[in-house]
Ligand binder design. Structure first.
Ligand code: GDP
Length: 445
């Protein structure tokens, strides 16, 4: 077995370095290897097939970047596409637990790490968000499970609902709700009973509990090492009780995490956290980048992706530079510059970084020259057609009206932008005439 996908792909691509663009045939060949890598990482077959098809469409015809190999480039495309599928919520660690007391229902098979995760999450809510948490075990079949939760509670300093022998799960849930309300808790977590396999009785029970407390979050805990089984479990639980998110446990093991991709693709539910060990603080917010790297089986994927990104940006800048000195600075180039300014923290950010410019930054802010303007200018360029962006001089009255209206601005604002563009491109033409060598000297003065 190859250790990583990059090695696999370099074999495929050795014969075709520097061809200009990725051809359909090359991409197909490469993606066969990608598919094998996905299956080895435990991604289910239909999900791997769909995913590869999608990437195939994206990758074919993409220009080959100069200083990375086509193999690395495909890895980057695949990596980005994986992150795309895996990304669920902006902030997966943020649970919907306003309106106290907010019930969180924990569901999953026995042995998945449900009780452990309940404790980990309670600790996190208490320590990171300052919540007052109550935990209750509904596992009436295994008294040891109830004791386990109490022991965990004592260990992390979180209250647990006193155990009353002989009570049914639904009654325990009601009691937890009552206690949480009376005791002024922000959150109460219900650790439901798990079984070794999905069965009707278990599902009915969870459903009844759900109806009694109307949980704000229903989190499914699944063992990340179980691959395909995890996906089936997720589908069943989602169909019967409806889940709001997934916690993948045992991601500290050697599993490749393919279950994450399948689960996300099949249920569409966000993965919120990953369990990374038995200790109570071994719980982390889900990060799509990391899992994507893991699925591809490469530790250095992030560095590779960053390198590729830098190269792509450098090539864009080089192309722009060439056009600039030829006096071909168009609206697309201007937009790229404006976007770069925004990325660098906007005008004030840039000024603020330069010694002695702090005061000026403040003046600019007072004059209304801030990020908002940059964004408005970008919006105006976005409202132009492709032709207009390449040749802004064709923007006459009616076109100007359309562009201004399309971006919610006035024609006078658009005129200012066009004037700025003219001035910049004039200046660049002059610099171009001076020649590259002189220009550099000028810039260094
Ligand atoms: P439950 O039956 O679903 O409640 O499972 P438990 O919470 O009792 O966990 C079963 C076993 O898995 C325990 O030994 C836990 O310590 C262990 N476990 C839980 N989560 C993780 C994890 O993220 N990583 C590892 N390595 N072990 C875990």
């Amino acid at each position: 077995m190859f250790e990583n996908l990059s090695e696999r792909l370099s074999g495929v691509f050795d014969r075709l370095t520097k061809q200009g663009a990725l051809s359909e045939e090359d991409v197909k060949t490469a993606l066969r290897e990608v598919r094998v890598a996905l299956l080895e990482a435990d991604v289910s077959l239909p999900v791997a097939r769909d995913f590869v098809k999608k990437v195939q469409e994206q990758a074919t015809g993409q220009a080959v970047t100069k200083s990375i190999t086509p193999g690395q480039q495909v890895v980057k495309i695949v990596h980005d596409a994986l992150v795309d599928v895996l990304r669920g919520e902006d902030d997966p660690g943020k649970l919907k637990i306003d309106n106290p007391p907010a019930p969180i229902l924990m569901v999953g098979l026995q042995g998945s790490g449900k009780t452990t995760t309940t404790g980990k999450l309670a600790k996190r809510l208490k320590e990171k968000e300052g919540k007052k948490v109550l935990m209750a075990s509904l596992d009436v079949y295994r008294p040891a499970a109830m004791d386990q939760l109490s022991v965990l509670g004592a260990q992390i300093g979180v209250d647990t609902l006193p155990i009353v022998p002989g009570q049914k799960p639904v009654d325990i849930a009601k009691r937890a709700k009552q206690q949480a309300t009376l005791g002024g808790y922000d959150v109460y977590m219900l650790d439901t009973a798990g079984r070794l396999h999905i069965d009707e009785v278990l599902m009915d029970e969870v459903e009844q509990v759900r109806n009694v407390v109307t949980p704000r979050e229903t989190l499914l805990v699944v063992d990340g090492l179980t691959g395909q089984v995890a996906v089936e479990v997720a589908e069943e639980f989602d169909a019967k009780v409806g889940i709001s998110g997934v916690v993948l446990t045992r991601m500290d093991g050697d599993g490749r995490g393919g279950a994450a991709l399948s689960m996300r693709a099949v249920t569409g539910k966000p993965i919120r956290f990953v369990g990374l060990g038995e200790k109570m603080d071994a719980l982390e917010t889900f990060e799509p980048d990391r899992i994507a790297g893991r699925i591809l089986g490469m530790g250095d994927i992030v560095a590779l992706v960053e390198k590729a990104q830098e190269t792509i940006e450098a090539e864009q800048a080089e192309r722009m530079m060439k056009r600039m000195v030829k006096g071909q600075f168009n609206m697309n180039d201007l937009r790229m510059q404006l976007e770069q300014m925004l990325q660098m923290g906007g005008m004030q950010g840039m000024m603020g970084m330069m010694p002695g410019m702090g005061k000026m930054a403040k003046q600019m802010e007072d004059a209304g020259l801030d990020d908002k303007i940059l964004r408005q200018q970008i919006a105006m360029i976005q409202s132009m057609t492709k032709k207009e962006r390449a040749n802004p001089q064709i923007l006459q009255a009616s076109r100007k009206k359309r562009v201004a209206a399309g971006s919610g601005m006035d024609v006078s604002d658009l005129n200012k932008l066009l004037k700025m563009h003219r001035q910049m491109s004039d200046m660049m033409k002059k610099m171009g005439k001076m020649g590259k060598g002189k220009m550099l000297k000028q810039a260094m003065k």
